[in-house]
Design a protein around this ligand. Sequence first.
Ligand code: SF4
Ligand code: SF4
Length: 99
Amino acid sequence: MHIINETTFPRKEPKAAIRKEVCDGCAICVDVCPRNCLEVAINPRRLNARIIRLTPELCSGCGACQGACPKEAIFIPGLSTADLRGYVNQALAMSGVCP
Ligand code: SF4
Ligand code: SF4
């Protein structure tokens, strides 16, 4: 059983947003997204650069991508890093693992 999963992050709206000028297409967010709504694509604005593309209809706004992105390039409007940490700590505490 995974301690950290989609229910860890209870916010459901709004959808994820991407700062395209910051994203380098590293794809860390793709790996953590529980809904497979992110994919790597070629950035048409920068030569030989990658970027992330979101399918918004699939996004639940859970925030897992925001917590994982090392560049703060993807985020849920209105969701702070402090909110994310609170959700993770709550999930760890409920599972019996001290944060
Ligand atoms: S949004 Fe962040 S984690 Fe995702 S590809 Fe861009 S830089 Fe990497
Ligand atoms: S908010 Fe959740 S569902 Fe939406 S892109 Fe990020 S990880 Fe995927």
